[in-house]
Design a protein around this ligand. Structure first.
Ligand code: MG
Length: 417
């Protein structure tokens, strides 16, 4: 029997905190996973990981159930414990496939496709965004100086700045990313808030609505033949979201993402019924149960779970199965680094109803450098899965250490303050 001897974490300070989990065994085989960020996450991972020490890491499903049972008091239906469980579970799957010397998609029953379509998140057309675990803007050490230096903005309410959030910026960025080979893109369409719009009342002014349609049209027109989606980050009141969705019916949008806050399934269902604009949601949901509620109510057209968050890769597969039984496509949300992106790509290979996988790190200059070379992780707008075992990549530890967050252990190593 193989045994887990040690579980450690590392946090890479990118546009978000890419939180990695490494599982080590007494037989020398290791596994690597990534967990969706959140405040205090590495402490939660450390506590939850005690549950798998000494067990056979290949018992992935029983160990995952054990972790869920042991943390139900801290978030049975959703929340940070599931980010931690997902990171550990994902590392166990990688380890399991490496022990079998097969790619992860093989361990999951085989690939419908090995070339995985990726859509590039283009934010608001500008270059870099980087946020803390509670979504305050930050400037990481590796980033170029910020013209807005010293201005701290909230992720959900950015300060207006010149040349950003314009139709020209959106069109230029769309052309740039399409030129890089991406056949699908996504832009924010909810930024910035205009005078007279109340953040907490979730209103859309007439000027904003006009602007949103212009931005969406500019981005779509700039890249004919490329699918372009637009994200609203759960921002709007139900009647306002409906005005926006209906106004966008004249524009060939790939989807409109999270126009409403995520908690009220009935409101989302009402919106989906009232518009022909495809509505995507799911990045704030957990487990099969969260998605089943959406599916049963008809509250989603394009299902967008985050595979580093939902409760594990196997749970992600079950969620995709449920979506498939409703004949709905899955377009996974993904803001992770190469580790989470590759784990997600393998899952995208094994589900029939796959649409496109997000990539949110176009503005992170060292994304590809983190991986020991063997071809790019993302090339020509796709992840090409090969025959290497597990998730199919090896982390470059020297490069990763350079971007490691100070104050966090780097796979057990103290990097100092
Ligand atoms: Mg989103």
């Amino acid at each position: 029997m193989m045994r887990v001897t040690r579980v450690t974490t590392a946090v890479l300070e990118a546009n978000y905190d890419w939180t990695l989990v490494r599982v080590e065994t007494d037989e020398g085989v290791t596994g690597l996973g990534e967990a969706f960020f959140g405040p205090g996450l590495t402490g939660v991972i450390r506590d939850v990981a005690e549950l798998v020490i000494g067990s056979d890491p290949r018992d992935v499903e029983p160990l995952t159930r054990k972790m869920r049972l042991a943390t139900a008091h801290a978030g049975a239906a959703g929340g940070l414990v599931h980010h931690a469980i997902t990171g550990i579970e994902s590392a166990l799957w990688d380890l399991h496939a490496r022990a079998l010397e097969v790619p992860l998609y093989r361990a999951f029953g085989g690939a419908f496709r090995t070339r995985i379509r990726v859509y590039a998140d283009c934010h608001a057309g500008d270059a870099l965004e980087s946020y803390s675990s509670v979504l305050q803007s930050r400037r990481p050490g590796w980033a170029p100086p910020d013209p807005m230096d010293g201005v701290v903005e909230e992720h959900w309410d950015p300060v207006e700045r010149e040349g950003v959030y314009t139709t020209d910026a959106y069109a230029a960025r769309a052309r740039q990313m399409a030129g890089a080979g991406f056949t699908a893109l996504k832009f924010d369409i909810d930024l910035p808030r205009l005078p007279g719009e109340d953040l907490y009342a979730r209103t859309i002014s007439h000027a904003q609505l006009e602007r949103q349609v212009e931005l969406a049209s500019a981005a779509c027109d700039a890249v004919p033949g490329v699918d372009v989606a637009f994200d609203c980050h759960w921002r709007y009141a139900a009647p306002d979201a409906l005005r926006l969705a209906r106004a966008l019916e004249a524009v060939p949008v790939f989807w409109l993402e999270d126009p409403l806050p995520p908690e009220n399934v009935e409101s989302l269902a009402g919106l989906c019924r009232a518009t022909s604009t495809p509505v995507a949601t799911g990045e704030n949901q957990y487990l099969v149960h969260g998605f089943e509620a959406l599916l049963r109510a008809g509250a989603v057209d394009i299902v967008a779970p985050d595979f580093q968050k939902v409760g594990g890769l196997a749970e992600a597969r079950r969620i995709a199965d449920r979506a498939d039984s409703h004949y709905l496509p899955v377009a996974p949300h993904n803001i992770s680094g190469p580790v989470g992106t590759m784990a997600s790509a393998h899952l995208c290979a094994v589900i029939p109803n796959f649409l496109a996988l997000e990539w949110h790190a176009a503005s992170v200059p060292f994304f590809e450098d983190l991986v020991v070379s063997g071809g790019p992780v993302i090339g020509e707008g796709h992840v090409q899965l090969g025959t290497a075992p597990g998730i199919g990549i090896e982390l470059d530890l020297d490069v990763s250490r350079k971007y490691a967050r100070r104050g966090e252990l780097f796979f057990g190593e103290d990097l100092g303050a």
